[in-house]
Design a protein around this ligand. Sequence first.
Ligand code: MCA
Ligand code: AMP
Length: 492
Amino acid sequence: MTPLFPALAARADRPALQFGEDTLTYAELADDAGALVPRIAGARRIAVWATPTLGTAVGVVAGLLAGVPVVPVNPKSGERELAHIVADSAPDLVLAEPGVGLPPGLAATERVDVVTRATRSGPLPDGGSADGGPAPLPPEPSPEAPALIVYTSGTTGPPKGAVLPRRALTATLDALEDAWQWTADDVLVHALPLFHVHGLILGVLGPLRRGGSVRHLGRFDTAGVTRELSSGATMLFGVPTMYHRVAEALADDPALVKALAGARLLVSGSAALPVHDHRRITAATGRGVVERYGMTETLMNTSVRADGAPRAGTVGLPLRGVELRLVEESGEPIEAYDGETVGEIQVRGPNLFTAYLNRPDATEAAFTDGWFRTGDMAVRDPDGYVRIVGRKATDLIKSGGYKIGAGEIENVLLEHPGVREAAVTGEPDADLGERIVAWIVPRDPDAPPSAGELADHVAGQLAAHKRPRAVRYLDALPRNDMGKIMKRSLRG
Ligand code: MCA
Ligand code: AMP
């Protein structure tokens, strides 16, 4: 079986990973990740405390080499979210960067420090074989073996763990090689979080599969993008919020303009990039941003090709190996390529997940006749380009590229002692795409909990990106005759 990372198996003497000052070549990565393999081999699952650091990348690679499913965990997870992920995925070990404190929710899970060349003090541990050479890497597990379990929000309830097999990773990354002409010569720069598909699978495992390299900025700013694209980086990945911030900065930043103009490929995904931002970037740099469309459960489904025409407002064509159909409400497939007829996107192919962990009910409900229902609504142009026009569920919010379920936030808000009723909606936001708004009926109208207090409450229980950015107070929530909250009338 061919290895997941051929350049790693070949111990190439080329840069693989760079996080700030910390760098590793493929040979060094093979040593550092390989040294962890005996420590984690045989575990049922491992969690990785996914700080935006070298240790996270090395820990995930070690899990993949050992054939142990990896659960990347948001290091800003609040108490409840973390408790759910730990209880649901039951990891035997948690891998973390040395010196990083772990919260009480992981106190019962055995910790393994990810020691790398960059964080090691003192002599190298003996990770080698008897003859002093590097220890051989274990054989490649079967393509159906689970590689990663990535948690993703639904409309209600706690996040579900999408079990992603190895063949989904290889199928998606190799289809992107084809669509983007992605090679070992590419140097990717990004600042995406490492506990989701975009930043981890595309942004770290993607370059490693190609034998190229990734430079992670730690946190996003346009200065870092300028610096890396001006010093050898060829590709940029970002969510629309990042491209919006780039578009805002261009007018006063000629170095950023020059850096973007010289890049081989600018890719946006996780949410729709507004046409206005596409146009501003193209007007200033002469470069189009390529959009691709994916989901935690499906990895990547469509993309504009590197050799195709970027067209603002579309997510391009189905990727190699991906079958995509649009379906009417009635379940009838839509044959039209007319740029008008709207249907739900359903997909099939080797890029799909196998199941939601411990949730056979949810897994079954996600498919119809073997097709995965994405919940995204789209039209197809005459040349096959897909344009996403909306989403079926109003209770799913995309903010900063994060998918966030309204129900999950409502449940937490309702537990605040000052809250009698709560509803959560998404409102258009130029920077975040959508911002989370909490509509609150306070228990005591004369002393309502403050917006800051409610934001802290949600950030502490769930995650900072799930906190409401605005709170509006009402005497009562609008309800229909059945008592259901009428969210569409919650506006302004
Ligand atoms: C602020 N902060 C708080 C609070 N208020 N912390 C706790 N309690 C509070 N009340 C902190 C935050 O933790 C953060 O810390 C800092 O203040 C700023 O936070 P925030 O304002 O939320 O940041 P932002 O500027 O809004 O972030 C924008 C962003 C971010 C950088 C674009 O949204 C982002 O990284 N998005 C990427 C999402 C993504 O990768 N999605 C992929 C999933 P600090 O600054 O220290 O962090 S989708 C996917 O994978 C599919 C497959 C696909 O298609 O790609
Ligand atoms: P997640 O579940 O966090 O993986 O988010 C997946 C969702 O992000 C999809 O179902 C889409 O709604 C949205 N999405 C991802 N990429 C794009 C894109 N390029 N344009 C519009 N929506 C996107």
